[in-house]
Design a protein around this ligand. Structure first.
Ligand code: ZN
Length: 697
């Protein structure tokens, strides 16, 4: 055997390196099954025995802990194949074929490359030369067996797992809050803090009704949530961390919290880029109700699912990059956040019966219960984009594009002539070869064979040239003719018309945007920066002044405030409202000014704009209160009021309760003898009583 092994190894092999490939499927095997790893490293001795110096034996062991079922994640295997392909390897060493590959495709590819580069393969049984048929057959068989072995192992395991699952005895990893008891039954975690956290969690969801609100509640109260590490050296340890939105959903969707054993909720499937996890519809799960203790009932679990589904309809994934819908937000599904790079979602607000879009970046905020990253009022943005598209789709721009196209076509014709000449030349050469072949004496086999081969190759070249020529001809035929060009030019004038036509549905307008624009990145600052990326790579940056928010829109116009300020000189607040209405002034939200008992709008505006109130104005003008006036005139206050009613004193009302401030009389007052005393009204009956308090016009 040894002699046989040495026979296959020659000086050429020894000149190149030896590659020792080492692999164990899982980290656990690496840690526990050290014997196998040792045996694999010991294989190095075989290479030394065959004549390789130790320093030329390259050990590839980066795939320790990787399964051999696919080459996708095995960097070491990829490097090995690459080095073999470049002819760097004289021999590849592996303890068994199964170490190198448990997948026929990977294995046969390696064999093929080894055969091409004259590389040997060594396993525990001997040395193989893949370029020899017998060796290759044997290696192929070993590879097939190794793959089959994996399949059988897996099938046996799978069958066992399924049987156990049907009985509800399968020990799947439990979510936090549940642990296996000593007899292998799932029970509530004996850690009281963990239990309480989960109870609070479900209680909170019962109260607030949405996953997002649960995150916010925990966040606001600075509560941490337990988590069990699923892998790594600290596997099984309990850690406390912030509750994230995805965790909330995970817990709410997990039926084990309802004491239900459910198997087959997900399925893994192999894809070209590795394996992926698929969700299985609920009616296909294997469900055993009341299998163990839980935190909620099965009914509550189902109730929670229904609630989550309802919530998802308004805020789900589908609101992000998505096909155009009916809403008027032009950029729905195309907006990217300029701060964090996430997709922004659309919300609408209605103002005076019209819908306006707002673009929100809130994914991260939802996940961690924080405020949204940024939000931008979409009104100005949509308008700016519309204007940009109309500007871009001008007849001038299209003419330029068509001119470039024409220029390219001109060059195309030149190329076409050259290509035609090439075909002619090929045809001439084929004819010449044919003539030479026909002229030769058929008995002269040697010459005839050569000429025939030459004729054949010339015919092949001719066919190729002709085919190429026809293919190009077809491509050129799809060039623009005049009618197409006219239609494109017409589009430039049609576009603004179509865009502005109110009858064009929003969905169609959005489709037009999607034909032209790849995406739009928004950053909100003093102005909104808007980077538009067109299909084809051109970019434009626009700056948009943010459109005023709702409070600004509802702000009272300055003219109204000025008018109130002017009227306060002469009227009380209650009197001002009807005057404003009569003169056509309206509040910020377009409503007339109403009289109200307390806190009228005029009062609130006066306060908000710090206008001087009527009382102060009158006082500043030197007017006296009732008491002051009574003191000044040495009268009782009733008499002052009587005099006011008689028209002897001028008074100005400053509120709705009829309270007045008095003007100092400039003319002489009535003589003492004619004073009326309120109690015994002996003197003149007021001549103009009906006029009452004097108001200034
Ligand atoms: Zn963001």
């Amino acid at each position: 055997m040894n002699a046989d092994m040495h026979q296959k190894v020659n000086a050429d092999h020894l000149k190149r390196n030896a590659y020792l490939y080492i692999r164990q499927s899982t980290l656990r095997q690496v840690l526990e099954n050290t014997e196998s790893t040792k045996r694999q490293y010991a294989l190095r001795q075989s290479a030394v025995a065959l004549g390789w110096p130790v320093e030329r034996i390259i050990v590839i062991d980066n795939d320790l802990g990787q399964s051999g079922a696919s080459a996708a994640d095995r960097e070491g295997f990829k490097k090995l194949v690459a080095d073999v392909g470049m002819g760097k390897a004289g021999i590849v060493l592996g303890l068994e074929v199964s170490r190198l590959a448990r997948n026929s495709t990977d294995w046969h590819r390696l064999l093929e490359i080894c055969a091409l580069t004259d590389t040997l393969i060594l396993d525990e049984d001997g040395v193989y030369d893949p370029s020899h048929f017998n060796d290759r057959l044997l290696l192929g068989l070993k590879g097939t067996l190794s793959e089959a072995e994996l399949h059988v192992l897996r099938a046996r395991l799978q069958g066992g797992i399924l049987n156990k699952a049907r009985r509800g005895e399968l020990q799947c990893p439990l979510p936090v809050g549940l642990v296996y008891s000593a007899d292998g039954r799932p029970v509530l975690d004996p850690d009281k803090q963990v239990q309480d956290s989960l109870r609070l969690f479900f209680e909170t969801f019962r109260r607030v009704g949405s996953a997002c609100a649960v995150v916010k509640t925990f966040h606001q109260q600075d509560l941490l949530f337990p988590r069990r590490l699923k892998k790594g050296p600290r596997k099984g340890d309990l850690v406390w961390a912030d509750l994230a939105h995805s965790r909330v959903l995970e817990i709410l969707h997990n039926p084990r919290y309802a004491g239900v054993f459910a198997y087959g909720r997900t399925r893994t499937r192999k894809r070209i880029d590795g394996t992926s996890c698929l969700k299985v519809p609920r009616d296909q799960w294997l469900v055993i109700p009341d299998a163990h203790a839980g935190y909620i009932t099965w009914d509550e679990y189902n109730d929670n699912q229904r609630r989550l589904r309802e919530n998802a309809q308004s805020h789900g994934e589908d609101r992000r990059k998505s096909p155009p819908r009916e809403g008027p937000a032009l950029l729905q599904g195309l907006v990217v956040c300029g701060i964090c790079g996430g997709r922004m979602t659309v919300r609408y607000h209605s103002r005076r019966g019209q819908l306006f879009p707002d673009y929100y970046c809130q994914r991260d905020g939802i996940e961690h219960g924080k405020p949204a990253c940024q939000h931008v009022n979409g009104e100005g943005i949509d308008r700016a984009l519309g204007d940009l598209l109309i500007d871009t789709m001008t007849p001038v721009a299209l003419d330029l594009a068509l001119a470039v196209q024409q220029e390219l076509e001109g060059r195309q014709q030149e190329v076409d002539r050259l290509r035609q000449k090439q075909v002619e030349r090929a045809r001439y050469e084929a004819d010449a070869a044919q003539r030479r072949y026909l002229l030769v004496d058929p008995a002269n086999r040697l010459v005839a064979d050569v000429l025939e081969a030459e004729w054949n190759s010339k015919l092949r070249a001719l066919a190729q040239a002709q085919e190429e020529y026809e293919r190009q001809g077809r491509a050129d035929a799809s060039r623009l003719d005049d009618s197409k060009r006219a239609r494109i030019t017409a589009l430039a004038s049609d576009f603004p018309r179509l865009w502005q036509d109110p009858k064009t549905p929003d969905r169609e307008r959005k489709r037009m945007v999607r034909l032209l624009v790849e995406d739009v990145t928004l950053v909100r600052g003093e102005r909104i920066t808007m980077h538009v990326r067109f299909k084809g790579g051109a970019t434009r940056t626009l700056f948009v002044t943010p459109s005023p928010g709702a409070p600004e829109c509802r702000k009272t116009r300055p003219a109204v405030i000025q008018e109130i300020d002017r009227l306060l000189d002469d009227y009380t607040e209650e009197e001002i409202a009807p005057i404003l209405n009569a003169n056509g002034f309206r509040s910020g939200s377009g409503q007339p000014f109403r009289r109200s008992l307390r806190r009228s709008l005029v009062f609130r505006l006066r306060k908000a704009y710090r206008l001087v109130d009527r009382f102060t104005r009158l006082r500043n003008a030197g007017m006296l209160t009732l008491t002051e006036m009574a003191q000044r005139l040495k009268l009782c206050s009733c008499t002052v009021k009587d005099w006011r009613d008689l028209g002897w004193l001028r008074a100005h009302r400053y509120n709705d309760r009829g309270e007045c401030l008095y003007e100092l009389p400039d003319s002489d007052l009535p003589q003492k003898g004619s004073w009326g005393i309120r109690k015994h009204r002996v003197s003149e009956v007021p001549p103009n009583r009906s006029e009452g308090v004097q108001y200034e016009a």
